[in-house]
Write a protein of this length. Sequence first.
Length: 466
Amino acid sequence: MVPVSVFDLFSIGIGPSSSHTVGPMRAGSAFAQRIAGAPVAAVSVHLYGSLASTGQGHGTLGAVVAGLTGSDPETVDPDAMAAALAELEETGELTLSGGATVPFRLADIVLHPLTMLPRHPNAMRLRASDADGATIAEETYYSIGGGFITSDADAVDTHDAVDTAAAAAIPVDDAVPYPFSSGAELLAACTASGLPVSGVALANEAATRSVDDVHAGLLRIHGVMESCVDRSVRRTGTLPGGLAVRRRAADWYEQLGRDDPRHDPLFAMEWVNLVAMAVNEENATGGRVVTAPTNGAAGIIPAVLFYALTYVPTITPEQRDDAVVRFLLTAGAIGSIYKERASISGAEVGCQGEVGSAASMAAAGLAEVLGGTPEQVENAAEIAMEHNLGLTCDPIGGLVQIPCIERNAIAANKAVNAARMALRGDGVHHVSLDQVVETMRQTGADMSTKYKETAMGGLAVNVPLC
């Protein structure tokens, strides 16, 4: 099977959620393109399951509308988007990207929090009609995590739907030299080629773009990660959404700049905490982040990569760019396995699929740049996920703030530790990556719906909102 491209797993978008913000925006845009030029007089939007139950706090309603106007997650200006939504509420008129203007307000979006459509709990149904009320077009989209979407129109038979974002990355098996969809197949490719995990991933990416383009693209992605941190450590006050969660990144950044690292053997981990929390505070604000592999887990990989570039003495300034590329390629290879064999959607398998997958990817990337063998890299990925199994998604108030922000910091530290543990061994271990991925999938299937991004269980109901 063809692995998902690293550029699909690490896509640039806005917060607070890849599945609830980025995916719905892409769905709205796709629907608007479909009806462009038609005599559209009205549009209706219905949200189901997790999109309905936590859509208010996750920015889903505004994201769908922004998509209908033609906004793209990678290029949309969050401030301009907020202004446009405010204007919509005043005028009650929505101009679609195809040019038609229809009556619409956010309150017109119909929410069905207790209705789960069969293919995925993150579902939305969009309908366009003419002046007589006749249906021009209707489509059901599913936001399946990490900003990926599918739709009923993508169905290849009566049971399956194509993941359009992933399918577009590398269309056929013959297009890549080392197709894999499991840890065992990835290790076999490394053994057969003599390449490290990052080398196998690079060879596959180079089937559709030049090596220089791969390097440039990944360095750009890393630049967005760094810019995200830079913006966040300059913001003060509280996060939006009603919980009045205090921003901590700016204060921590100032404190760490004053502290003497010689008196604290765990000083490096303080910075790992800071970077992870800074990214997720920016995500909670609706700022620009990199899905890694989701927005809810966006702080883990930047934090562990920061650790590698700052505290690993063997990575010299001259080797910095190469280390970034190898780290992200390795992380992407591991992420593609989770995407293909389980899920990276909190609404489908709980937070183990988001934070757990990100920790696993980050641990693998760190093990790679620390000189680990493919077997040690696979071991690092396995350790990190094994100790995130069963992690629930229970955001208070449906906001990506508590426990999400701190959870990213804790998971980043787990990823660092998993990589270091793996490198102390020889790569031989009892539990394989494939076994832990399958365990995660089964655990997610067994997990109660109230613990899967619905704000109906766990901290979401046991912590008062005031």
